[in-house]
Write a protein that binds this ligand. Sequence first.
Ligand code: SF4
Length: 185
Amino acid sequence: MSDNKPVIRMDAEAPEGYEGEGFFATNLSSVIGMARKFSLWPLPFATSCCGIEFMATLNPTFDASRFGMERNSFSPRQADMLMVCGTIAKKLGPVLKQVYTQMAEPKWVIAVGACASSGGIFDTYSVLQGIDKIIPVDVYVPGCPPRPEQIIEGVMQVQALCESESIRRRDMPEYQSLLESYDIK
Ligand code: SF4
């Protein structure tokens, strides 16, 4: 029988704020950022070998659930972190773009592995040379394939973005012009 005991962690970092006897005050943006950071819902868009590595990331050895990304979603409307794992053929590009546009704001994108980041070894007429040709990418994870630790590092980079970004990123002029450059409304 396992002798594992449940561990309740009490040392998560609190956002910056003011505290005194019996109270702690901070701004709404920090609280929302912290909540988003620990409740990311990934949408795995896995087309080839990197997808297997993503599966390993979820297994008990690496346990991606520790980061709050317990629930994988296969519906874009109920996901906020698109993880593109694998080679994307040009014919699949419009499908990937549609999946991205169907996701609710705020949303983040990780290009997992060399193929999603740059086409990888497939410098051919049929393969998209990086998903950033069609959708904005927040984090690139290098490797062919990347180890689960690298994928987890990518997730942690997204977490850092969630906690530091504006509460309504969509309203920021930089973000709007970025989407316009991809012809996404
Ligand atoms: S980066 Fe390498 S491991 Fe990942 S999908 Fe491409 S060929 Fe496969």
